[in-house]
Design a protein around this ligand. Structure first.
Ligand code: ZN
Length: 160
């Protein structure tokens, strides 16, 4: 299955991190210009996520989702409702920092990189193949899934 790929404009950094955790290949740069954004979207067949009402009006083949919400969860909901297959989501989670893929890691290899309670409780670990950031199961994904559940159930809540 081809899951959709995205490119976010400079105002949507927090949304980009959430999409990566959901496994969506998502590009984001704080300094990207509108024309670069559109060029990359066309070249790499990415959906443009933007708060800039000017972008959708530019002529071009790129698909654009205009984001209205100021709240990250509201934004995520707007993206997911614009997709056809909300439930299937993306592929494997990606690094929130750099959009890299995550690879399984040995417990011993990450022992010094995670807090002790994490090391004791988590059963599997992953590292980003690009930047080396360590992730573990049961941490991010679980809370995100429950947040998503709330979003899709219309009970939008904020991060504590
Ligand atoms: Zn990374």
């Amino acid at each position: 299955m081809d899951s959709p790929r995205f490119i976010c404009d400079a105002m949507l950094g927090s949304l980009a991190r959430w999409l990566r955790l959901r496994g969506f290949d998502t590009l984001y740069s704080r300094t990207i210009s509108d024309s670069e954004l559109i060029n990359i979207a066309r070249r790499e067949d990415r959906i443009v996520l933007t708060r800039d009402t000017g972008i959708p009006e530019r002529k071009g083949p790129q698909r654009t989702v205009l984001i209205h919400s100021n709240d990250t969860f509201g934004q995520l909901k707007e993206v997911l409702s614009a997709l056809d297959k909300v439930e299937t989501g993306g592929g494997s989670p990606r690094c929130t920092l750099c959009n890299g893929k995550l690879a399984p890691a040995d417990r011993d290899a990450v022992a010094r990189s995670v807090p002790e309670y994490v090391f004791m409780n988590a059963t599997s670990f992953f590292t980003c193949v690009e930047c080396g950031k360590v992730y573990w199961n049961g941490s991010h994904k679980k809370s995100i899934d429950s947040q998503l559940q709330k979003i899709l159930g219309e009970n939008v809540t904020r991060e504590p």
